[in-house]
Structure formats: C-alpha cells, structure tokens
Design a binder for this molecule. Structure first.
Ligand code: PRP
Ligand code: URA
Length: 210
C-alpha cells in the first residue's frame, strides 16, 4: 500500500504545536489550538478525496469545474480528548456524520477500557476518520479501530496530533490498512505511558480537569 504514516511538518502546525505543548497554555487557548491543528491535519488526510466534473456559469462564461465526488465521511472521536478535534475537522467537512467511542486507559495497566460506542448506521457507505490527539501505547486507537471495523466502513484513517514511536509501531502492525496522520512523532513514552516531550494529559488540558 501507499505510505502508511504521514507526519505534518508544515510550519503553521509546528508553531501551534509549540504553544500546545507549553504547560503555561490554559484550557481556552489549548482547545482553540487542538481545533486549529485538527483542521490542518484533516486538510492533509482528505488530500485523496476523489473529484468529479461539473459545469457552472461564472459571471462571464460557462466553465467545467470540479466538486468532491459524493464521498461520504464519518468522524469518530475517541472520548474524551478526541472531542477536541471534532469542530476543527467539521470546519472542512461539515456534512460528515459523527459517531463516538468511549475508552479510557486504566492508569495501572495502561490497557484501554471501553465504556461507550455509538456509530452511524450507514458506516458501510462511509470513509471513517478516527480522531484522538494522542497516540501513546496505541492501545486505545487499536481497540477503537477494531470496534469500528465490526461495522465494515469503506476505509479508516487515524488522525492525531502527537504520536509516540511505540504507538505508531503498534497501530501500524495491528491495522496495516489504516493510514495514520499526525503533527509530530515524539521521542518515547515514560514509565507511566505518557509521551515525551508530549503535552501532558490531553483530556485534562482540554476540559480543565487537571
Ligand atoms: C488518552 C488519549 C488517548 C489515549 C492514548 O486518553 O486521548 O485516547 O490516552 O493512550 P494509548 O495510546 O496508550 O491508549 P485517556 O485514556 O487519558 O482518556 P481521556 O481522553 O478520557 O482523558
Ligand atoms: N494520553 C495523554 O493524554 N497524554 C499522553 O502523553 C499519553 C496518553
């Protein structure tokens, strides 16, 4: 298949990422930055959307132009932190349906625990973008994608903001058919499964529950 992991090194993203990582950035600004980066990551992740020709009239002449070819998308944020990416992605694809998967990492075992799942019923007709700002051990993303695959969507892409090399390896091995888009691949995980340098706990920083 094509390249499976896309790291977005665009200067605008790298600039915003610096403020996102900064521990002095408060929740209001943090939420805005997550949303803006999600828009930019989505821009790249939708690069291969197929186009079809249409004809319109400009104020001057008739012209053959292009529109997106009826491709249907579904967004699936992983609760909680994935919610922070939804609005930014909907800015670009406002007609997408939104499902939700609730997972949290058990702090002792680092294993994901599922507590909620509600997906659009027409997933077999849709391409899915799974949203979660953090890919750490990869356990949450791997489980969420396995749950989504049971509904047999046309395709799945995983969009995150910061990934650990360990998570990228685990996810690409578990789901070789899923392309991964992120703004950065950091150094490593610490002994508690946090990404270094990272940004801390994304859910807590988005929702102010530190
Ligand atoms: C965070 C993050 C991912 C997960 C990544 O969620 O948003 O879902 O950890 O870690 P992993 O790759 O090791 O599975 P968390 O479990 O803290 O839940 P929350 O979003 O409800 O805070
Ligand atoms: N989840 C987070 O929110 N941050 C990390 O660094 C790892 C998992």
């Amino acid at each position: 298949m094509d390249k499976q992991v896309f790291v977005m090194d665009h200067p605008l993203i790298q600039h915003k990422l610096t403020y996102l990582r900064d521990k002095n950035t408060g929740s209001k600004e943090f939420r805005a930055l997550v949303s803006e980066i999600a828009t930019l990551v989505c821009y790249e992740a939708t690069r291969d959307l197929p186009l079809e020709e249409t004809e319109i009239e400009t104020p001057l002449v008739k012209a053959k132009t292009k529109v997106i070819a009826g491709r249907k998308l579904a967004l699936v944020p992983i609760l909680r932190a994935g919610l922070g990416m939804v609005d930014g992605v909907l800015t670009l694809v406002p007609a997408a349906k939104v499902g939700h998967i609730g997972l949290y990492r058990d702090h002792e075992t680092l294993q994901p625990v599922e507590y909620y799942s509600k997906l659009p019923s027409d997933l077999p007709q849709r391409d899915v973008l799974v949203l979660d700002p953090m890919l750490a051990t990869g356990g949450s993303a791997i489980d969420a994608i396995s749950i989504i695959k049971r509904s047999q969507p046309k395709s799945i892409k995983f969009l995150c903001i910061i990934a650990a090399p360990e998570g990228v390896r685990a996810l690409t091995q578990a789901h070789p058919d899923v392309q991964v888009y992120c703004a950065a691949v950091d150094d490593r995980l610490n002994e508690n499964g946090y990404i270094l340098p990272g940004l801390g706990d994304a859910g807590d920083r988005i929702f102010g529950t530190l």
